[in-house]
Design a protein. Structure first.
Length: 191
């Protein structure tokens, strides 16, 4: 059974939800469905020009998921334009948000700012720069963090330190070094 999708945050709802070629008839036009999260991904990536990491954080998804969403959206828009199909915008597992929560770690003040206004530089109460996103506003990425890659590491549930994965070339070099050390030790024992 696949994992359930987490709610994607969107800060924009479109004023109209159907776009079609001017010469198409409503009853005969084929439709392509563009979900609200795909539209939000297009807005963040193409209209606002955000990098994928920042846009993914705003939508409460990993960077890889954001790339998948925006790729799907671009494909659907291109298909609608090139094949003369109607584009209907609706659906998706989304949460409409308009405010972001911050907390000052020095005075414990909590406050909200609207999306799109940028990160506050200082606490409005004490003026400290030690401010962070509120824990309940950071998103649900679980124990693995914010979708950052664990390439090259295998994390054991029992061990404290991660075991680094090694390429076959490095393993072969280590085996040769160990064999050379064993030969040297045997030669010393024989003497």
């Amino acid at each position: 059974m696949p994992r359930p999708c987490c709610r994607r945050r969107i800060a924009f709802t479109p004023p109209c939800n159907l776009f079609m070629p001017a010469d198409a008839r409503c009853e005969t036009a084929q439709e392509i469905m563009l979900t609200l999260d795909e539209l939000e991904a297009l807005r963040l990536a193409d209209l606002e020009g955000l990098y994928q990491e920042e846009a993914a954080e705003r939508m409460n998804v990993s960077r890889q998921t954001f790339a998948r969403i925006v790729g799907s959206a671009r494909k659907k828009v291109a298909q609608a334009l090139l094949e003369g199909k109607a584009l209907r915008i609706e659906g998706g597992i989304v949460e409409v948000v308009t405010m972001r929560k911050f907390v000052c770690l020095d005075c414990k003040k909590e406050w909200e700012v609207p999306y799109g206004t940028g990160r506050p530089q200082a606490c409005p109460q004490c003026g400290s720069g030690n401010i962070h996103r509120h824990p309940e506003d950071r998103g649900g990425f679980g124990k693995r963090g914010r979708g950052r890659c664990l390439r090259g590491r295998r994390i054991s549930a029992q061990a404290g330190k991660p075991n680094l994965c090694q390429s076959p070339l490095n393993v072969a070099k280590e085996n040769v070094n160990i064999q050379e050390e064993n030969v040297e030790e045997e030669n010393k024992r024989k003497e």
